[in-house]
Design a protein around this ligand. Structure first.
Ligand code: CS2
Length: 496
């Protein structure tokens, strides 16, 4: 079968833009970027033109870059939806590289004056921010390394600091840094982490970098949303059927895609308003809504679902007791904690979420969502727990999520959470395994987790009722199973 390249690119799939000149360097070449930022940008360029070609880089590995290069930077994005056969080829990448071996090359692109946007999809953990302070986590080994020696950065924060410093020392051209990850105030957080990193550098670099960041960069906040699972062979076969050539790296994605951005681009931007992007002064509300309703519920679906043997989100969502728990979680524990964006109706948004989670052809997995819980959970449940703690409310479903997460990733001795939980990856797995190795009883694990404050801010340690509830549901999961624990959590809501 002929492989997708410039020569073989089929007429049956739309190539959106034919690699315009460089304007953007993107860090993090995973599926989410390829189906979200790249598609919206290609659509904007197809509509209004502009030199907004993307050069992509991955810090840790060169695999994605090699795969892209083998196909002349072309790949397809396939809607996986019962009533859409849309297959798009963004065609917006002008080059890519990865790993420390390509540092010189990516630095040249980052420092290039034509680069006016640096965008990021580096996952929550890539920002090296402390969930306790919201600023730079100086205990992270990559940060310790980069502050000591910035020659070959181990973190994206170090790489950005190195590149921005080089810009500050040369042309001082303005650039916007756009975070496309699920963090609260993702732009402001990125700026704060970078400024705190800059402050630790030796003089005169510290001052020079801080000045450049304050005067010649901007960090718009954004809310990004598209469910993009990992690529499987069935997706390659589907693309082959649809476009008649072999694409080794297609990206499966739901049809839905949403991007809400603050219009704060110091050096210009693509005409994204013609590509379905919403520019809004209410980005913080959109972000909070999405983090708490979509991502928070996703965590519930994945941990409770995994323990119940549900491999996919639709399987979990169609399990009646899990659906009831998600609905009660949103209504009682999430919705009261924030204001919805003025133009979004909560009931409509929630029903749309259930319909997105019902997509059986997409079959997003609970193991994918359950991975990296130690980084994903704090922005999803911390503020809401503190809100309810202050008001004297209990939050049994939040406690259930935490208990189910711990049962998956820090199972007490003698408890087997099953194969889905065991497939979940997490940067804190060693720490969590250390907690559970010492314990047969959930109470010990819960107490250590909250009092040590390594994953959640120590403020949560003061929420005695939350800790008691987490312990109770954790024990219940261990003794009676996850269904019984969930019914118990639900009954606490009805008894109120
Ligand atoms: C998910 C997200 O991985 C997760 O925890 O909740 O990746 C989710 O699919 C995206 O944020 C959807 O936009």
């Amino acid at each position: 079968m002929v492989r997708l390249t410039k020569e073989s690119a089929p007429g049956s799939a739309t190539i959106l833009s034919k690699a315009p000149k460089l304007g953007i360097v993107h860090i993090g070449l995973g599926n989410f970027h390829r189906a979200h930022f790249a598609v919206h940008t290609a659509q904007a360029v197809a509509h209004s033109g502009g030199d907004w070609g993307i050069y992509g880089y991955s810090l840790r590995s060169s695999t994605a870059a090699h795969e892209l290069a083998a196909q002349d930077f072309l790949y397809s994005v396939v809607d996986i939806h019962p009533d859409s056969e849309r297959t798009l080829i963004p065609g917006i990448h002008v080059g890519a590289s990865g790993g420390p071996g390509a540092l010189e090359e990516v630095m040249a692109f980052l420092v290039n004056e034509h680069t006016r946007i640096i965008s990021l999809t580096i996952t929550e953990s890539g920002y090296c921010y402390s969930t306790e302070t919201g600023g730079l986590d100086q205990r992270r080994s990559e940060i310790i390394h980069d502050l000591d020696d910035l020659t070959t950065p181990h973190s994206v924060i170090g790489l950005l600091a190195k590149a921005l410093l080089a810009r500050a020392q040369t042309h001082r051209g303005a650039v916007t840094i756009v975070s496309c990850d699920n963090l609260t105030s993702n732009g402001a957080t990125t700026k704060r982490v970078l400024l705190e990193f800059a402050a630790q550098l030796p003089p005169p670099d510290a001052l020079l970098l801080a000045q450049y960041i304050n005067e010649a960069t901007s960090f718009p906040n954004s809310m990004v949303d598209r469910i993009v699972p990992s690529t499987e062979e069935r997706h390659r076969l589907l693309v082959q059927e649809r476009i008649g050539v072999r694409d080794e790296i297609p990206v499966p994605a739901e049809k839905f895609s949403m991007w809400v951005l603050e219009d704060d681009f110091i050096a210009g931007r693509p005409a994204w308003e013609h590509a379905g992007v919403l520019f809004s002064s209410e980005v913080d509300r959109f972000e909070t809504m999405k983090l708490r309703l979509l991502n928070g519920s996703h965590s519930l679906l994945s941990y409770v679902g995994a323990l119940a043997g549900k491999e996919t989100v639709p399987q979990a969502r169609f399990t009646p007791y899990i659906e009831s728990a998600v609905r009660a979680f949103m209504k009682n524990e999430m919705l009261p904690t924030f204001s919805m964006p003025s133009q979004v109706d909560a009931d409509h948004y929630i029903e749309e979420l259930f319909s997105r989670w019902s997509n059986t052809v997409l079959s997003d997995t609970t193991a994918r969502i359950g991975s990296d819980g130690s980084i994903k959970l704090p922005p999803r449940i911390t503020q809401t727990s503190l809100f309810h703690g202050k008001a004297g409310n209990t939050t049994p479903l939040t406690a259930l999520i935490l208990a189910a997460w711990l049962a998956c990733v820090a199972p007490p001795q003698g408890f087997d959470p099953g194969p889905i939980a065991r497939a979940m990856k997490d940067p804190a797995l060693e720490y969590l395994a250390g907690l559970s190795a010492k314990a047969e009883k959930p109470a010990y694990i819960v107490e250590q987790l909250f009092s040590e404050g390594r994953i959640f801010t120590k403020e949560l340690n003061a929420l005695t009722r939350l800790k008691t509830d987490v312990t109770h549901f954790f024990e219940k999961i261990q003794s009676d199973g996850v269904e019984s624990a969930t019914e118990d959590a639900l009954s606490q809501i009805t008894r109120r």
